[in-house]
Design a protein around this ligand. Structure first.
Ligand SMILES: [Zn+2]
Length: 492
C-alpha cells in the first residue's frame, strides 16, 4: 500500500470502527438476510398480470399500492402520513387501451395496402381517443410553433384532416439557458394540443414506446410507430426519414411536407378523466431523540405503463427499484442497529403519466424540507453488474457511506458524477425533488448484461439480473444506515 492511499485507508478504518463489534455483527446478519430469491419473487408479484402493468390511476395500480402498503405494515414500517395512513392521493386521469387497434398503410406508390403489426411495428397510443381516422400523411418534424424562437414546423403545410408524422423531443439539444426557452415545446401535451387545434385528424408519433405521459383529446386518434415504418412512409419522396430528422436538428430549420401516402389508424380506448392515484409512504422513526427530527427519503416509482394492447409488466422499470426500496425498508426495520435519523420510503404513483406522485410529494411534504438530509431515488436498478450513484461528487459526504460499504462488502463498479443544472423539463422523480431544492442522489445499474426492453411488453422478470438487485438493496441498507447514524452530516 503506497503512502498516498493512507488518508483513504484511515477513513475506512474509522467507519469500520464506527460500530462496536457486536453491532457490526448484527448489521452483517441483516445484510445477509437480503436475498435475490426473495427480491425476484417480489418483482414477479408486481410484474404479474393481476396488477395490469400498474398504470397509475387504474385499479391495477391501486392493488399494487395496497400490496406495498401491506408489506410495509408486515415489516413494521409505520404509515408515513400524518393521518396514520400509507396512501397519499392525488388526481390522476388515465385511459384503458382495450385492444391493440390497427395502423394501416392504405395507398402508396403501388397502391398497396399494408397492415402494420403490433407490437413489432407500432404501439397504440396510451391516451388515444377511440375510433378510426384516415387521411393523407404529412411530415411535420417536431410539431412545434415557436414564433419567438423563429421556428414553426407548421409553416407552409396544410394539415387539416391529415394524419401527422411527428417526432418527439426538440430540434434543439443543448443543455444550456437556450434550452429553457424550448422547454415548453418538449411536452407531448403541447404537441398534441397544437396538432388538434390546427385541425389534424390523427398522429403517428415516431417513438415506439408505450407512454401514458400524453394527452387525451376528444376525437384525436394516434399511435406510436418505429423508425422502419417512418422510413417506409418516406418511400418515394427521394428523402430518408432519418436524414431529414437529423438535418432539422443540425440546422434548427423546419422541413415539413406531404408524403403522398394515406394511412388509417384505429384505436379502442376508454378514458377515465376523474380518476385518482396515490403514493405509498412508510416511515421508520429515528432512534435518537435529537437526530430523529431529521429524515432521509428513499423513493422509487411504483407505477408502469399499463396494458396498451397487452401486458407491459414493467419489471425493470420500475418493479426493480420499488422492490429494492422495499427490501431496504425490511432490513432497516429489523436491523439490530437502528437508524438514528428517520427514514421515509415513498413509492411514487403517476411517474409515467407526468411525475404526478413526486410533484405531490414536494407540494404536500410529509416531512419539513429543511429537515430532510437527502432524497435517494431508484429507477431501473435490475440489469447489470455495477452501479451509478449520481451527484456523489457534489455531495461527497452523502456518497461516502455508499462508496465505503461497496468497497468493503459488495465490490461492484460504483461510479458517480457532479450534479448539473438541468435546463430542460424534469424527467425523473429525483429531478422533481432536485428542482424543489432537495439534495438528491439517484441509483441505477450499469454494465447492462441483458437487452433493455424500455416501456415494452418484454420488460418482464426475464429482463432482470436478480443478483444486482440483491446488491442494490444491500448497498442501500448499509449506506442509508450509515448516513442515518453519521453525526457529522447536517440537514441543510
Ligand atoms: Zn422509470
Amino acid at each position: 500500500m503506497v503512502i498516498k492511499y493512507l488518508p483513504l485507508l484511515s477513513l475506512c478504518l474509522f467507519v469500520l470502527n464506527a460500530y462496536p463489534q457486536d453491532q457490526e455483527k448484527a448489521i452483517i446478519k441483516t445484510f445477509h438476510s437480503i436475498s435475490s430469491h426473495d427480491l425476484l419473487n417480489d418483482a414477479a408479484e408486481l410484474s404479474s398480470a393481476k396488477y395490469g402493468g400498474r398504470l397509475s390511476g387504474s385499479p391495477g395500480y391501486q392493488a399494487a399500492a395496497q400490496w406495498i402498503a401491506d408489506q410495509l405494515k408486515e415489516a413494521g414500517v409505520k404509515p408515513g402520513l400524518n393521518d396514520g395512513t400509507y396512501l397519499q392521493y392525488f388526481p390522476n386521469a388515465y385511459s384503458d387501451v382495450l385492444n391493440p387497434g390497427s395502423v394501416t398503410l392504405m395507398s402508396g406508390l403501388s397502391n398497396q395496402r399494408k397492415e402494420y403489426k403490433f407490437p413489432d411495428d407500432y404501439f397504440p397510443g396510451s391516451n388515444s381517443a377511440s375510433g378510426t381516422v384516415s387521411g393523407e400523411v404529412v411530415y411535420v418534424g417536431f410539431g412545434i410553433s415557436a414564433p419567438e424562437l423563429g421556428y414553426d414546423d407548421y409553416k407552409n403545410v396544410d394539415i387539416k384532416g391529415k394524419i401527422l408524422l411527428m417526432e418527439t423531443g426538440l430540434p434543439y439539444n443543448g443543455n444550456d439557458s437556450t434550452l429553457k426557452k424550448w422547454e415548453k415545446y418538449s411536452y407531448h401535451r403541447y404537441k398534441f394540443q397544437r396538432a388538434k387545434e390546427l385541425g389534424a385528424a390523427g398522429l403517428l408519433y415516431v417513438s415506439k414506446i408505450a407512454n401514458p405521459n400524453t394527452l387525451y383529446l376528444e376525437g384525436f386518434v394516434y399511435a406510436h410507430i418505429g423508425e422502419p415504418v417512418a422510413e417506409e412512409l418516406f418511400d418515394g419522396t427521394g428523402l430518408k426519414y432519418s436524414e431529414t430528422s437529423t438535418a432539422i436538428k443540425k440546422s434548427i430549420q423546419p422541413n415539413s411536407f406531404a408524403l403522398n401516402k394515406k394511412v388509417q389508424i384505429s384505436a379502442s380506448t376508454k378514458h377515465f378523466p376523474d380518476s385518482r392515484s396515490c403514493n405509498v409512504v412508510g416511515m421508520i422513526e429515528g432512534s435518537d431523540p435529537k437526530l430523529k427530527a431529521e429524515a432521509i427519503i428513499l423513493g422509487a416509482h411504483l407505477d408502469g405503463v399499463g396494458s396498451p394492447g397487452c401486458l407491459f409488466p414493467g419489471a425493470l422499470d420500475n418493479a426493480s427499484g420499488s422492490i429494492d426500496i422495499l427490501a431496504a425498508a425490511r432490513a432497516l426495520a429489523t436491523s439490530g442497529v437502528k437508524p438514528a435519523r428517520t427514514i421515509i420510503f415513498i413509492f411514487f404513483g403517476g411517474e409515467e403519466c407526468g411525475l404526478y406522485g413526486s410533484t405531490k410529494s414536494v407540494e404536500s411534504p410529509v416531512w419539513p424540507k429543511e429537515k430532510v438530509l437527502c432524497m435517494i431515488n431508484l429507477d431501473m436498478v435490475g440489469n447489470g453488474t455495477g452501479f451509478h450513484l449520481s451527484n456523489g461528487k457534489t455531495y461527497p459526504e452523502l456518497f461516502r457511506p455508499f462508496a465505503e460499504s461497496n468497497e468493503k462488502y459488495l465490490h461492484r463498479d460504483l461510479s458517480s458524477n457532479e450534479a448539473r443544472i438541468n435546463y430542460g423539463r424534469p424527467r425523473t422523480d429525483a429531478a422533481v425533488f432536485d428542482k424543489a431544492g432537495y439534495r438528491t442522489l439517484s441509483l441505477w445499474t450499469t454494465g447492462t448484461v441483458k437487452p433493455v426492453y424500455y416501456h415494452h411488453p418484454l420488460d418482464n422478470t426475464d429482463a432482470l439480473t436478480p443478483e444486482i438487485m440483491e446488491d442494490a438493496a444491500k448497498l442501500l441498507y448499509l449506506g442509508v444506515l450509515e448516513l442515518a447514524n453519521d453525526q457529522t452530516i447536517e440537514a441543510k
